[in-house]
Design a protein around this ligand. Structure first.
Ligand code: AMP
Length: 527
């Protein structure tokens, strides 16, 4: 558990150079959860920077793990506390001789455990091998054109695959510079995005964020830059300097995509990924006009995506497979900034995927569970026996994501977690994500979550939990009249409650388990 700065990178590389596995932790998690990660990962050594010593020392002591506190002091570089309460300095003589492994060793060993967010069960440690990391990095380089000229503004937590892979590791391996912020603070991010008081070569050109971050930046934009001339300056600066602005890890509402384009001139590049799969589906980098709101594009290089649904016998059957050839993993001198760049960037960044239709859909729309395969997809959770009921992997090796998606017109769309976001109401299947996106377009709504509430006649009722903007009011009828312009009648919420705060997890995702726990009863009464 290190600060979000170079100390994280130094510790992570030290772990890898000594042939160990890193388990990035975040201070955003409560002590009980940290204790669970320390125990579940059977960690051999707990490492932290000084500011986290008070959090981790009692936990390490309680479960008898040695703790290494890295120092800022020139004399003492680190202090190692043993379970018996003593502490000793690390030996100086074995610093250089026994570190670093061969490429072949890294090619067959594990690099990271990334814990899932555990929305449905206890968090599980996803085993990331060095080879998964390198194929993911090659894929992202090919798709999004990372380069040594990039200056990445990093404001994501590092215990999650988004901050680790997209923002940190893929950028470092392209030779890019990273400006790390200790945490996401909207005003600071705005100052850094605008490059206020900075030299040209350190001004940010790339930003990776979750939708909740863009929502906060957008809300602050209207408070901070309400003068039209300032707003125009902000737009012109971002439009001309930023090379890439990505969003993902949670659904990006249509209204936010549009608002961001209005204030920054950037069409956000939305992509889909998971702790288990890294980045899997992405809108195109070029041309930017082909980035489609509400969609997550096609498989990234090296990824095969399949939609499957249970057949008559109840067994999962493939409907369509969409596979993109792997990226070229050779190091390019041009990418490293050691050879002149081509004058003109190619219009298409990665090869078109091969589409195999297993069953004609009749309507050209395929819908079902998303399955993924490829060298960047994980093969096991740490310390967990494979599930005998095929709920993680199909017998032929496809990872079952648990997300319901559709594929139409050559693009994937995420409809939500099958277990909580797909509401079965009166014979229809409604995507909570689509309803949330439509509700968020209402000018009075600041935040929204949609749930299915049990109902005798309909099976489930589409129900909305909303947070309103300051001093705004809203009735269910007003909401339905407005959302009815974008949704079919069966998708409209039949009940609604207004709340002050919406539970979200540390990655800014709606915490539907908690929302149901807090507001489920109130919604059931309203029904
Ligand atoms: P995590 O493992 O914490 O990254 O969570 C992965 C889950 O986040 C996926 O299974 C999806 O349900 C959701 N997710 C990730 N990216 C998107 C996206 N672009 N749109 C909608 N949901 C997403």
């Amino acid at each position: 558990m290190c600060r979000n700065d170079a100390s994280h990178v130094i510790v992570q590389w030290a772990i890898w150079m000594t042939g160990n596995i890193a388990v990035p932790l975040t201070p955003l998690h409560p002590p009980e959860m940290l204790k669970y990660f320390l125990k579940d990962s059977s960690a051999g050594l707990v490492i932290c920077t000084q500011e986290y010593e008070n959090t981790l020392r009692p936990l390490a002591k309680e479960i008898s793990k040695p703790l290494l506190v890295t120092g800022r002091d020139k004399e003492i570089t680190a202090q190692l506390y043993q379970p018996n309460n003593s502490f000793m300095k690390p030996k100086a003589e074995n610093t250089l001789s026994d570190v670093g492994k061969t490429n072949a060793w890294y090619g067959r060993n594990d690099a990271l455990l990334i814990y899932t967010s555990g929305t449905t069960s206890k968090p599980k440690g996803v085993v990331w091998t060095h080879s998964m990391l390198s194929s993911q990095i090659a894929s992202l380089h090919a798709a999004w054109r990372y380069s040594a000229q990039d200056v990445v503004l990093h404001a994501l937590p590092l215990h999650h695959i988004h901050g680790q892979l997209n923002s940190l590791l893929a950028s470092l391996s392209a030779g890019a510079r990273i400006r790390m912020l200790p945490s996401f603070v909207s005003h600071t991010v705005w100052a850094r995005l605008l490059g206020m008081g900075e030299r040209d070569e350190t001004k940010a050109t790339v930003f990776h964020g979750v939708p909740a971050m863009y929502a906060k930046l957008t809300a602050d934009h209207s408070k901070m830059f309400d003068n039209p001339k300032t707003a125009e300056y902000v737009r012109a600066t971002l439009a001309s300097r930023m090379r890439l602005m990505c969003a993902g890890s949670a659904p990006l509402p249509d209204s936010l995509f549009q608002k961001w384009e209005e204030i920054s001139g950037h069409r956000l590049l939305e992509r889909y990924g998971m702790s288990e799969t890294g980045m899997a589906l992405s809108n195109p980098y070029r041309p930017a006009e082909a980035r489609t709101v509400g969609c997550v594009g096609t498989p990234l290089p090296g990824v095969a995506a399949r939609i499957a649904a249970p057949g008559d016998s109840g067994v999962l059957e493939p409907l369509v497979t969409v596979a993109t050839p792997a990226a070229d993993t050779r190091i390019s001198l041009e990418q490293l900034g050691l050879a002149p760049k081509e004058e003109k960037e190619p219009e298409v960044e990665w090869r078109a995927p091969d589409v195999t239709e297993h069953k004609p859909s009749g309507t050209d729309v395929y819908q079902g569970e998303l399955l993924l395969k490829g060298p960047g997809v994980f093969s096991r959770y740490y310390n967990r026996a494979p599930k005998p009921d095929d709920s993680d992997f199909t017998p032929d090796g496809w990872f079952r994501t648990g997300d319901t998606v559709s594929f139409a017109g050559g693009r994937f769309r995420i409809l939500g977690r099958t277990s909580i976001d797909i509401i079965k109401t009166g014979g229809y299947k409604v995507s909570a994500l689509q309803v949330e996106s439509a509700i968020l377009e209402h000018p009075s709504v600041a935040d929204a979550a949609v749930l299915g509430v049990e109902d005798e006649s309909y099976g489930e009722i589409v129900s909305a939990v909303v947070v309103l903007k300051e001093q705004a009011t809203l009735t269910l009828k007003e909401l339905k009249d407005d959302a009815g312009k974008r949704l079919a009648p069966y998708q409209l919420p039949r009940n609604m409650i207004v709340v002050k705060e919406m539970p979200r997890n540390v990655m800014g995702k709606l915490d539907k388990k908690e929302i149901r726990k807090l507001y489920g009863e109130a919604l059931a009464v309203k029904n």
